[in-house]
Ligand binder design. Structure first.
Ligand code: NAP
Length: 224
Protein backbone atom coordinates (compact mmCIF):
# COMPACT_ATOMS: atom_id res chain seq x y z
CA UNK A 1 0.00 0.00 0.00
CA UNK A 2 2.71 2.44 -1.02
CA UNK A 3 0.54 5.01 -2.79
CA UNK A 4 -2.55 5.85 -0.78
CA UNK A 5 -3.79 8.20 -3.53
CA UNK A 6 -4.74 5.15 -5.61
CA UNK A 7 -7.02 3.94 -2.83
CA UNK A 8 -10.78 4.12 -2.70
CA UNK A 9 -12.05 4.86 0.80
CA UNK A 10 -15.43 3.78 2.14
CA UNK A 11 -16.70 5.83 5.08
CA UNK A 12 -19.27 3.63 6.80
CA UNK A 13 -21.72 5.95 8.54
CA UNK A 14 -20.44 8.69 6.25
CA UNK A 15 -23.87 10.36 6.30
CA UNK A 16 -23.12 11.44 9.90
CA UNK A 17 -21.23 14.39 11.29
CA UNK A 18 -17.74 12.93 11.73
CA UNK A 19 -17.73 10.73 8.60
CA UNK A 20 -19.07 13.45 6.28
CA UNK A 21 -16.39 15.87 7.37
CA UNK A 22 -13.59 13.36 6.82
CA UNK A 23 -15.04 12.37 3.43
CA UNK A 24 -14.98 15.99 2.22
CA UNK A 25 -11.39 16.46 3.35
CA UNK A 26 -10.22 13.27 1.63
CA UNK A 27 -11.83 14.03 -1.74
CA UNK A 28 -10.32 17.49 -1.49
CA UNK A 29 -6.91 15.77 -1.17
CA UNK A 30 -7.57 13.73 -4.31
CA UNK A 31 -8.89 10.43 -2.95
CA UNK A 32 -11.90 8.51 -4.25
CA UNK A 33 -14.45 8.37 -1.43
CA UNK A 34 -17.72 6.45 -1.12
CA UNK A 35 -19.92 7.23 1.86
CA UNK A 36 -21.90 4.30 3.21
CA UNK A 37 -25.30 4.28 4.86
CA UNK A 38 -27.84 1.70 5.97
CA UNK A 39 -29.96 3.25 3.20
CA UNK A 40 -28.66 3.73 -0.36
CA UNK A 41 -31.15 6.57 -0.80
CA UNK A 42 -29.92 8.37 2.32
CA UNK A 43 -26.34 7.96 1.08
CA UNK A 44 -27.27 9.46 -2.30
CA UNK A 45 -29.06 12.39 -0.68
CA UNK A 46 -26.18 13.13 1.69
CA UNK A 47 -23.72 12.85 -1.21
CA UNK A 48 -25.67 15.44 -3.16
CA UNK A 49 -25.50 17.83 -0.17
CA UNK A 50 -21.77 17.28 0.36
CA UNK A 51 -20.96 17.66 -3.34
CA UNK A 52 -22.95 20.88 -3.40
CA UNK A 53 -20.97 22.12 -0.41
CA UNK A 54 -17.76 21.14 -2.23
CA UNK A 55 -18.98 22.89 -5.38
CA UNK A 56 -18.52 19.91 -7.70
CA UNK A 57 -21.12 17.26 -8.60
CA UNK A 58 -20.04 13.61 -8.46
CA UNK A 59 -17.02 14.22 -6.26
CA UNK A 60 -18.19 11.96 -3.40
CA UNK A 61 -20.31 8.92 -4.21
CA UNK A 62 -22.69 7.02 -1.95
CA UNK A 63 -23.91 3.46 -1.48
CA UNK A 64 -25.44 1.09 1.03
CA UNK A 65 -22.77 0.15 3.62
CA UNK A 66 -21.89 -3.31 2.19
CA UNK A 67 -21.62 -2.04 -1.38
CA UNK A 68 -19.48 0.87 -0.18
CA UNK A 69 -17.17 -1.50 1.73
CA UNK A 70 -16.94 -3.86 -1.25
CA UNK A 71 -15.87 -1.04 -3.58
CA UNK A 72 -13.13 0.20 -1.26
CA UNK A 73 -9.54 -0.69 -0.38
CA UNK A 74 -9.62 1.04 2.99
CA UNK A 75 -12.64 1.21 5.28
CA UNK A 76 -13.39 3.96 7.80
CA UNK A 77 -15.96 3.19 10.50
CA UNK A 78 -17.79 6.28 11.78
CA UNK A 79 -20.93 5.03 13.51
CA UNK A 80 -22.24 5.37 17.09
CA UNK A 81 -20.92 2.69 19.46
CA UNK A 82 -24.39 1.20 19.87
CA UNK A 83 -24.59 0.45 16.14
CA UNK A 84 -21.02 -0.78 15.71
CA UNK A 85 -21.47 -4.52 16.26
CA UNK A 86 -24.41 -4.94 13.86
CA UNK A 87 -22.88 -2.72 11.17
CA UNK A 88 -19.56 -4.60 11.33
CA UNK A 89 -21.39 -7.92 11.05
CA UNK A 90 -23.28 -6.64 8.00
CA UNK A 91 -20.12 -5.56 6.16
CA UNK A 92 -17.75 -8.31 7.42
CA UNK A 93 -17.76 -10.31 4.12
CA UNK A 94 -16.38 -7.25 2.33
CA UNK A 95 -13.50 -6.66 4.75
CA UNK A 96 -11.20 -9.62 4.08
CA UNK A 97 -7.56 -8.52 4.09
CA UNK A 98 -8.47 -4.83 4.40
CA UNK A 99 -7.60 -2.09 6.87
CA UNK A 100 -10.39 -0.63 9.01
CA UNK A 101 -9.85 2.78 10.63
CA UNK A 102 -12.20 3.08 13.58
CA UNK A 103 -13.21 6.65 14.40
CA UNK A 104 -15.71 5.61 17.05
CA UNK A 105 -15.37 5.89 20.80
CA UNK A 106 -17.50 4.53 23.60
CA UNK A 107 -19.32 7.35 25.36
CA UNK A 108 -22.02 6.71 27.93
CA UNK A 109 -24.91 8.96 26.83
CA UNK A 110 -25.94 9.37 30.48
CA UNK A 111 -22.47 10.46 31.64
CA UNK A 112 -20.67 11.59 28.44
CA UNK A 113 -18.02 13.56 30.34
CA UNK A 114 -16.94 10.63 32.52
CA UNK A 115 -14.50 8.06 31.21
CA UNK A 116 -16.14 4.64 31.18
CA UNK A 117 -14.92 1.53 29.42
CA UNK A 118 -17.09 -0.76 27.30
CA UNK A 119 -16.93 -4.53 27.95
CA UNK A 120 -14.06 -5.00 25.46
CA UNK A 121 -12.20 -1.96 26.95
CA UNK A 122 -12.45 0.16 23.76
CA UNK A 123 -14.64 0.18 20.69
CA UNK A 124 -11.52 -0.37 18.55
CA UNK A 125 -10.44 -3.46 20.54
CA UNK A 126 -14.00 -4.78 20.30
CA UNK A 127 -13.96 -4.24 16.51
CA UNK A 128 -10.65 -6.12 16.20
CA UNK A 129 -11.95 -8.99 18.34
CA UNK A 130 -15.13 -9.22 16.29
CA UNK A 131 -13.45 -9.00 12.87
CA UNK A 132 -10.48 -11.30 13.51
CA UNK A 133 -6.82 -10.91 12.59
CA UNK A 134 -7.55 -10.88 8.84
CA UNK A 135 -8.86 -7.31 9.19
CA UNK A 136 -6.31 -4.83 10.53
CA UNK A 137 -8.05 -2.34 12.83
CA UNK A 138 -6.47 1.06 13.52
CA UNK A 139 -7.96 3.69 15.88
CA UNK A 140 -7.81 7.37 14.84
CA UNK A 141 -9.70 10.69 14.95
CA UNK A 142 -11.49 9.93 18.25
CA UNK A 143 -10.40 13.31 19.67
CA UNK A 144 -11.31 15.47 16.64
CA UNK A 145 -14.56 17.41 16.87
CA UNK A 146 -16.95 16.94 13.94
CA UNK A 147 -17.50 20.68 14.03
CA UNK A 148 -13.90 21.21 12.89
CA UNK A 149 -14.45 18.81 10.01
CA UNK A 150 -17.74 20.32 8.79
CA UNK A 151 -15.89 23.05 6.87
CA UNK A 152 -13.26 21.34 4.69
CA UNK A 153 -11.35 24.62 4.29
CA UNK A 154 -10.97 25.18 8.02
CA UNK A 155 -7.56 24.73 9.61
CA UNK A 156 -7.75 22.19 12.42
CA UNK A 157 -5.97 23.11 15.63
CA UNK A 158 -5.36 19.65 17.06
CA UNK A 159 -3.34 16.47 16.52
CA UNK A 160 -4.44 12.89 16.01
CA UNK A 161 -3.24 9.88 18.00
CA UNK A 162 -3.17 6.70 15.92
CA UNK A 163 -3.16 3.25 17.58
CA UNK A 164 -2.80 -0.12 15.90
CA UNK A 165 -0.98 -3.44 16.03
CA UNK A 166 -0.03 -3.68 12.34
CA UNK A 167 2.77 -1.30 11.31
CA UNK A 168 1.75 -1.05 7.63
CA UNK A 169 -1.89 -0.42 8.49
CA UNK A 170 -0.89 2.25 10.97
CA UNK A 171 1.26 4.02 8.35
CA UNK A 172 -1.71 4.00 5.94
CA UNK A 173 -4.00 5.45 8.61
CA UNK A 174 -1.42 8.12 9.49
CA UNK A 175 -1.30 9.14 5.81
CA UNK A 176 -5.07 9.54 5.89
CA UNK A 177 -4.75 11.79 8.95
CA UNK A 178 -2.28 14.00 7.07
CA UNK A 179 -4.57 13.98 4.01
CA UNK A 180 -7.37 15.27 6.24
CA UNK A 181 -5.17 18.21 7.27
CA UNK A 182 -3.90 17.10 10.68
CA UNK A 183 -0.65 15.82 12.17
CA UNK A 184 -0.66 12.13 13.07
CA UNK A 185 1.30 10.63 15.96
CA UNK A 186 1.97 6.92 16.30
CA UNK A 187 0.42 6.31 19.71
CA UNK A 188 1.39 2.66 19.96
CA UNK A 189 -0.61 -0.58 19.91
CA UNK A 190 -4.36 -0.86 19.50
CA UNK A 191 -4.64 -1.44 23.26
CA UNK A 192 -3.71 2.23 23.74
CA UNK A 193 -7.04 3.12 22.13
CA UNK A 194 -8.48 2.51 25.62
CA UNK A 195 -6.95 5.81 26.73
CA UNK A 196 -7.39 7.66 23.41
CA UNK A 197 -11.10 6.77 23.28
CA UNK A 198 -11.45 7.62 26.96
CA UNK A 199 -9.93 11.01 26.31
CA UNK A 200 -12.95 11.81 24.13
CA UNK A 201 -15.06 11.94 27.30
CA UNK A 202 -12.52 14.27 28.93
CA UNK A 203 -12.78 16.61 25.90
CA UNK A 204 -16.58 16.49 26.10
CA UNK A 205 -16.30 17.64 29.73
CA UNK A 206 -13.77 20.38 28.92
CA UNK A 207 -16.05 21.69 26.14
CA UNK A 208 -18.94 21.75 28.60
CA UNK A 209 -17.09 23.40 31.49
CA UNK A 210 -15.40 26.05 29.32
CA UNK A 211 -18.39 26.72 27.01
CA UNK A 212 -16.32 25.55 24.03
CA UNK A 213 -16.99 23.19 21.13
CA UNK A 214 -13.54 22.50 19.67
CA UNK A 215 -11.42 21.15 22.52
CA UNK A 216 -8.71 18.88 21.15
CA UNK A 217 -5.21 17.64 21.92
CA UNK A 218 -1.74 18.80 20.86
CA UNK A 219 1.49 16.81 21.27
CA UNK A 220 4.40 19.06 22.20
CA UNK A 221 8.14 18.52 22.57
CA UNK A 222 8.48 16.27 19.52
CA UNK A 223 10.26 17.23 16.27
CA UNK A 224 8.72 15.54 13.22
N1 NAP B 1 -19.29 13.93 16.46
C1 NAP B 1 -18.06 14.14 16.91
O1 NAP B 1 -17.65 15.29 17.20
C2 NAP B 1 -17.12 12.98 17.07
C3 NAP B 1 -15.78 13.23 17.36
C4 NAP B 1 -14.91 12.16 17.46
C5 NAP B 1 -15.37 10.86 17.32
N2 NAP B 1 -16.69 10.65 17.07
C6 NAP B 1 -17.15 9.25 16.96
O2 NAP B 1 -17.46 9.00 15.62
C7 NAP B 1 -18.57 8.12 15.53
C8 NAP B 1 -19.61 8.78 14.66
O3 NAP B 1 -19.98 10.00 15.26
P1 NAP B 1 -21.03 10.95 14.56
O4 NAP B 1 -21.16 12.14 15.42
O5 NAP B 1 -20.70 11.11 13.13
O6 NAP B 1 -22.35 10.05 14.68
P2 NAP B 1 -23.78 10.25 14.05
O7 NAP B 1 -23.76 11.43 13.13
O8 NAP B 1 -24.78 10.19 15.13
O9 NAP B 1 -23.96 8.88 13.23
C9 NAP B 1 -23.16 8.54 12.14
C10 NAP B 1 -23.94 7.61 11.23
O10 NAP B 1 -24.05 6.32 11.81
C11 NAP B 1 -25.12 5.64 11.18
N3 NAP B 1 -25.83 4.75 12.09
C12 NAP B 1 -25.86 3.44 12.00
N4 NAP B 1 -26.58 2.89 12.97
C13 NAP B 1 -27.05 3.89 13.72
C14 NAP B 1 -27.86 3.95 14.88
N5 NAP B 1 -28.33 2.84 15.47
N6 NAP B 1 -28.16 5.16 15.38
C15 NAP B 1 -27.69 6.27 14.77
N7 NAP B 1 -26.91 6.27 13.66
C16 NAP B 1 -26.58 5.06 13.14
C17 NAP B 1 -26.02 6.72 10.59
O11 NAP B 1 -25.93 6.55 9.20
P3 NAP B 1 -27.11 5.91 8.33
O12 NAP B 1 -28.42 6.25 9.00
O13 NAP B 1 -26.93 6.63 7.06
O14 NAP B 1 -26.84 4.46 8.29
C18 NAP B 1 -25.39 8.02 11.01
O15 NAP B 1 -25.48 9.03 10.02
C19 NAP B 1 -19.06 7.88 16.96
O16 NAP B 1 -18.61 6.65 17.43
C20 NAP B 1 -18.43 9.00 17.75
O17 NAP B 1 -18.13 8.62 19.07
C21 NAP B 1 -17.57 11.67 16.93
Amino acid sequence: MSNNLLLTLAVIGGTGAEGSGLAMRWVRSGYRVVIGSRSAQKAAERCAELNQQMGEPGLISGAENSAAAKSADLIVLAVPYGAQKDILESIRPELNGKILINVGAWINPERPATVELPPGLSSSLEAQEQLGADVRVVAAFQNVSAEYLSDPEREIDCDVLVCGDDAEAKVSAMRMVEAAGMTAYDAGPLKNSIVVEGFTSILVGINKRYHARLAGIRITGVSL
